[in-house]
Ligand binder design. Sequence first.
Ligand code: EPZ
Length: 417
Amino acid sequence: MPSIYVEGKKRLTGKIKVQGSKNAVLPIIAASVLIDGKSVITNCPKINDVETSIKILEQLGAVCSFEDNCLIIDSTNINKSAVREDLMREMRSSSLFLGSVLGRMNEAVISSPGGCDLGPRPIDIHIRSMRSLGADISERNGYIFFSAKNGLKGTYTVLPFPSVGATENTIVASVLARGKTVIENCAKEPEIVELADFLNKAGARITGAGSDRIVIEGVKKLRSVTFAVGFDRIVAATYISAAAVTGGDVLLCDVDTSKMRSVISVFEEAGCNFSYEENAIRVRCRDRLNSLSTVKSHVYPGFPTDAGPTLISALSVAKGTSIFIESIFENRYDFACELRRMGADVKIDGRTAVILGRENLYGARCVATDLRGGAALVVAGLSACGTTIIDRTDHIKRGYQDIVGDLAAVSADIKEI
Ligand code: EPZ
């Protein structure tokens, strides 16, 4: 697996086209299992999690082709209902196949999902929804068996927590169910809206996506569909952090500003200047960042948990002490020990990170611990004096199509070795 080599202190200038959204496309790919026909997904990012999703689709009996960011899935001949365990372990979001396989096959078998280590990431809310839709559920030998001999039946359910994945699975499982489903207290992330748009284009009847109450009228069948995936707001936030730590001036293209408000306001408070063009955001940061008294991650539209690690890297070289509180996942700070190797002063106490801004970080050899933690090390390397080498970049490739190419295009001294 190649490593990433970064020579820090290069000011980023220029423009980056932000890739398609990982967290929008993964549920859409899983939902394509419902379609007795073809799904053509454009602007699909070429990332490892998409490759893994394609392997799962093919294992279930679909035929896929993926070229130039266009993924074509023919799920006409889906004939299996068990997702292979090794593929489940490879990617946590493989649990997103539960709703579509159960909805299509009236049965599904999954094992406890793996994925990056953000603390225990159960799927109890997903299971609760499937039970509410009428599935019989049993567990043995590390597998969970779902069956609905006469098909799923519409229901009324209130999620105990606005889980993104559980909202997505519940929507998908309801699309072909008999009758109406109402989901209360659901996630409002933009990725939920994109999933609903994709399914409605294929003939589903979903209303309320983006609010905390979604209604799905069951339909008999879905038809072939073509859909363009929107931009990745977490990748955009990553590149804002990169511009911020290098005193840069970067234009992010193909973005929707309305989905970036909480990230923009945090970086404005830190001293960055933003201006807006057609589907583009320009971020300029002339001076050293200000520290931030307290930033807390929240469900959308709050500050996204996935943008926390790269923000912490930026705050590691800010003036003064900042506090970041992670309210979604138990364990989002594995990367902090690697950041300390670069001279960062980050103290972790449970879900709270206290960051004492340093004048400079110093290049070091470090290891990516997870997807967003790895991206945080890249951001730190861009700001550091000297050379940083980051190993285990497979974690980063799960969600970033070409972080090295994107940053090199705006004058970063970065390459794969
Ligand atoms: C999605 O994960 C994203 N992944 C995550 O992005 C993102 O961090 C997260 O939403 C929050 O926005 C994809 O969309 C593929 P959750 P998901 O269900 O669906 C608990 C990245 O870096 N929970 O909202 O897994 C869970 O333990 C990834 O791109 C239950 O307790 O997030 C966690 O603490 C990381 N039981 C919290 O809810 C359940 O049944 C948030 O989980 C489900 C979730």
